[in-house]
Design a protein around this ligand. Structure first.
Ligand SMILES: [Zn+2]
Length: 175
Protein backbone atom coordinates (compact mmCIF):
# COMPACT_ATOMS: atom_id res chain seq x y z
CA UNK A 1 0.00 0.00 0.00
CA UNK A 2 2.58 2.44 1.14
CA UNK A 3 4.82 1.51 -1.74
CA UNK A 4 2.14 2.22 -4.35
CA UNK A 5 1.31 5.51 -2.69
CA UNK A 6 4.92 6.64 -2.83
CA UNK A 7 5.16 5.66 -6.47
CA UNK A 8 2.11 7.63 -7.41
CA UNK A 9 3.40 10.67 -5.61
CA UNK A 10 6.77 10.60 -7.29
CA UNK A 11 5.12 10.12 -10.68
CA UNK A 12 3.03 13.23 -10.20
CA UNK A 13 6.06 15.07 -9.04
CA UNK A 14 8.13 14.17 -12.09
CA UNK A 15 5.24 15.21 -14.31
CA UNK A 16 5.26 18.63 -12.68
CA UNK A 17 9.02 18.96 -12.99
CA UNK A 18 9.07 18.16 -16.71
CA UNK A 19 6.42 20.77 -17.40
CA UNK A 20 8.09 23.52 -15.41
CA UNK A 21 10.38 25.94 -17.10
CA UNK A 22 12.18 29.16 -16.29
CA UNK A 23 11.79 31.75 -19.02
CA UNK A 24 13.98 34.83 -19.17
CA UNK A 25 12.53 37.93 -20.82
CA UNK A 26 15.32 39.84 -22.55
CA UNK A 27 15.26 43.43 -23.72
CA UNK A 28 17.45 45.31 -26.16
CA UNK A 29 17.47 48.92 -27.33
CA UNK A 30 19.74 51.69 -28.51
CA UNK A 31 19.91 54.30 -25.76
CA UNK A 32 20.52 57.93 -26.68
CA UNK A 33 21.05 60.19 -23.67
CA UNK A 34 19.39 57.55 -21.51
CA UNK A 35 21.40 55.77 -18.79
CA UNK A 36 18.89 53.16 -17.72
CA UNK A 37 15.37 51.89 -18.09
CA UNK A 38 13.49 50.80 -14.99
CA UNK A 39 10.54 48.45 -14.99
CA UNK A 40 8.18 49.27 -12.09
CA UNK A 41 6.33 46.39 -10.42
CA UNK A 42 2.94 47.64 -11.63
CA UNK A 43 3.94 47.38 -15.29
CA UNK A 44 1.91 45.06 -17.55
CA UNK A 45 3.84 42.30 -19.28
CA UNK A 46 2.33 41.06 -22.54
CA UNK A 47 3.26 37.52 -23.55
CA UNK A 48 2.42 35.16 -26.37
CA UNK A 49 2.01 31.74 -24.79
CA UNK A 50 1.55 28.15 -25.87
CA UNK A 51 0.14 25.25 -23.89
CA UNK A 52 2.95 22.83 -22.99
CA UNK A 53 0.56 19.87 -23.09
CA UNK A 54 -1.21 20.19 -26.46
CA UNK A 55 1.05 22.92 -27.93
CA UNK A 56 -1.90 25.15 -28.82
CA UNK A 57 -0.73 28.74 -29.24
CA UNK A 58 -3.07 31.17 -27.52
CA UNK A 59 -4.39 33.51 -30.22
CA UNK A 60 -4.15 36.71 -28.17
CA UNK A 61 -1.27 37.97 -26.06
CA UNK A 62 -1.96 37.55 -22.37
CA UNK A 63 -1.00 40.22 -19.88
CA UNK A 64 -0.24 40.23 -16.19
CA UNK A 65 1.42 42.32 -13.54
CA UNK A 66 3.81 40.91 -10.95
CA UNK A 67 2.20 42.72 -8.04
CA UNK A 68 -1.15 41.17 -8.76
CA UNK A 69 -1.68 37.66 -7.49
CA UNK A 70 -4.27 35.10 -8.44
CA UNK A 71 -5.14 31.69 -7.04
CA UNK A 72 -6.26 28.52 -8.72
CA UNK A 73 -8.86 26.04 -7.65
CA UNK A 74 -7.34 22.97 -6.07
CA UNK A 75 -3.83 24.29 -6.03
CA UNK A 76 -2.04 25.99 -3.21
CA UNK A 77 0.03 29.07 -3.69
CA UNK A 78 -0.23 32.37 -5.43
CA UNK A 79 0.48 32.98 -9.06
CA UNK A 80 0.91 36.07 -11.17
CA UNK A 81 -1.01 34.50 -14.01
CA UNK A 82 -3.27 31.48 -14.40
CA UNK A 83 -4.48 30.16 -17.72
CA UNK A 84 -6.76 27.29 -18.71
CA UNK A 85 -6.16 25.93 -22.18
CA UNK A 86 -9.25 26.07 -24.38
CA UNK A 87 -8.24 22.93 -26.24
CA UNK A 88 -7.09 20.49 -23.54
CA UNK A 89 -8.46 22.27 -20.44
CA UNK A 90 -5.14 22.00 -18.59
CA UNK A 91 -4.40 24.82 -16.19
CA UNK A 92 -1.02 26.50 -16.34
CA UNK A 93 0.60 29.18 -14.22
CA UNK A 94 3.25 31.88 -14.21
CA UNK A 95 5.12 33.10 -11.14
CA UNK A 96 7.93 35.60 -11.34
CA UNK A 97 11.26 34.79 -9.71
CA UNK A 98 11.62 37.45 -7.00
CA UNK A 99 15.38 37.80 -7.23
CA UNK A 100 15.45 38.17 -11.01
CA UNK A 101 14.32 41.75 -11.52
CA UNK A 102 16.75 44.11 -13.21
CA UNK A 103 16.86 47.39 -15.02
CA UNK A 104 18.24 47.88 -18.52
CA UNK A 105 21.42 49.80 -19.18
CA UNK A 106 23.21 47.55 -21.64
CA UNK A 107 23.17 49.72 -24.74
CA UNK A 108 22.38 47.66 -27.87
CA UNK A 109 22.78 44.30 -26.14
CA UNK A 110 20.13 41.85 -25.00
CA UNK A 111 19.86 41.79 -21.25
CA UNK A 112 17.46 39.81 -19.01
CA UNK A 113 14.83 41.92 -17.25
CA UNK A 114 12.84 39.29 -15.41
CA UNK A 115 12.63 35.51 -14.99
CA UNK A 116 9.32 33.72 -14.90
CA UNK A 117 8.64 30.24 -13.59
CA UNK A 118 6.06 28.66 -15.87
CA UNK A 119 4.17 25.45 -15.27
CA UNK A 120 2.23 23.95 -18.15
CA UNK A 121 2.93 26.72 -20.64
CA UNK A 122 5.69 28.18 -22.74
CA UNK A 123 6.34 31.85 -23.40
CA UNK A 124 7.06 32.45 -27.08
CA UNK A 125 7.51 36.22 -27.15
CA UNK A 126 6.84 39.29 -25.01
CA UNK A 127 6.47 43.04 -25.11
CA UNK A 128 5.63 46.02 -22.97
CA UNK A 129 3.73 49.10 -24.08
CA UNK A 130 3.75 51.76 -21.42
CA UNK A 131 4.91 52.11 -17.84
CA UNK A 132 8.68 51.70 -18.14
CA UNK A 133 10.74 54.57 -16.73
CA UNK A 134 13.67 55.99 -18.69
CA UNK A 135 16.36 57.77 -16.67
CA UNK A 136 18.39 60.24 -18.69
CA UNK A 137 22.09 61.03 -18.26
CA UNK A 138 21.08 64.22 -16.42
CA UNK A 139 19.05 62.16 -13.93
CA UNK A 140 15.68 63.18 -15.30
CA UNK A 141 13.06 60.46 -15.01
CA UNK A 142 10.58 59.92 -17.81
CA UNK A 143 7.72 57.76 -16.59
CA UNK A 144 5.37 58.35 -19.53
CA UNK A 145 7.32 56.26 -22.04
CA UNK A 146 5.53 54.33 -24.74
CA UNK A 147 7.44 51.45 -26.29
CA UNK A 148 4.60 50.15 -28.45
CA UNK A 149 6.16 51.62 -31.61
CA UNK A 150 9.65 50.30 -30.75
CA UNK A 151 11.03 53.85 -30.69
CA UNK A 152 10.45 56.51 -28.07
CA UNK A 153 11.94 59.96 -27.52
CA UNK A 154 11.38 63.04 -25.43
CA UNK A 155 13.07 66.38 -24.79
CA UNK A 156 15.37 66.60 -21.77
CA UNK A 157 15.29 70.21 -20.61
CA UNK A 158 18.23 69.72 -18.27
CA UNK A 159 20.45 68.58 -21.12
CA UNK A 160 18.76 70.73 -23.74
CA UNK A 161 18.48 67.88 -26.17
CA UNK A 162 16.33 65.03 -27.38
CA UNK A 163 16.82 61.71 -25.57
CA UNK A 164 15.44 58.41 -26.71
CA UNK A 165 15.15 54.65 -26.65
CA UNK A 166 15.31 53.29 -30.18
CA UNK A 167 15.10 49.97 -32.04
CA UNK A 168 13.45 48.24 -29.10
CA UNK A 169 13.57 44.48 -29.40
CA UNK A 170 12.71 41.65 -27.06
CA UNK A 171 13.25 37.92 -26.93
CA UNK A 172 12.67 34.97 -24.68
CA UNK A 173 15.19 32.41 -23.46
CA UNK A 174 14.15 29.15 -21.87
CA UNK A 175 16.61 28.07 -19.16
ZN1 LIG B 1 -3.58 22.62 -24.10
Amino acid sequence: MLHIKTNKKSQNYSLLITKMGIFKLLFKARLDGIDSILFPTEISWFCKIACASCREVHDKDVSFSINEQVQTKGSRGNFNFVYTCKLCSKTSTIVYVHTSFSSYGDNERYSPIIELECRGLKILSWSIASGAMAVSSSGNKFSDTNFAENDWCDYDEEMGQLVGVYEIDTKVEEC
